[in-house]
Design a protein. Structure first.
Length: 157
């Protein structure tokens, strides 16, 4: 695990940009933390790093999922309003992983099936309040266990 101090929107966006080139098809980035911690801001930074700075990247709070034709293709899910873990499949989670990568806000809504549903290659970013900023603690499994070192190197460049 590694923790990054995020002192505002710019550093949160930057973390998303550093993650973007490391993301591969079939992988998931899980964004966990309370409301207002920067999950959507990080996702926006990641998506714009792959699509261009002018890409419209709305929060999928009401649509539940937004799809982006990037390389790899990205599906950005906000599961906050889901009532049952099965609903994530109904809105296309499996298909999104088959063709690209996924960003998931509120992954806790997937319940105990999280590892089975998302497969072996996951990066988890847990946001927490750190007084005058936020901490983003990252941990990875599968391919992301090895990519964490590259993530830290990209952050320090």
């Amino acid at each position: 695990m590694t923790t990054f101090r995020l002192d505002g929107e710019a550093t949160t966006t930057r973390l998303g940009r550093v993650i973007a080139p490391l993301l591969a098809p079939g992988e998931a980035v899980l964004l966990d933390g309370p409301l207002g911690m920067g999950k959507s801001t990080l996702a926006r930074g990641l998506i714009r790093a792959l699509s261009g700075p002018d890409e419209d990247v709305p929060s999928p709070t009401f649509t539940l999922v937004q799809f982006y034709e990037t390389d790899p293709p990205i599906a950005h899910f906000d599961l906050y309003r889901l009532e049952r873990p099965e609903e994530a499949r109904e809105i296309g989670l499996d298909e999104a992983l088959d063709v690209g990568a996924v960003l998931i806000e509120w992954p806790v809504r997937l319940g105990d099936d999280l590892a089975r549903v998302l497969g072996p290659d996951r990066l988890t970013i847990s946001f927490s309040d750190a007084g005058r900023g936020r901490d983003a603690t990252v941990s990875g499994v599968g391919a992301w266990a090895l990519k964490i070192k590259r993530l830290v190197e990209g952050w320090n460049d």
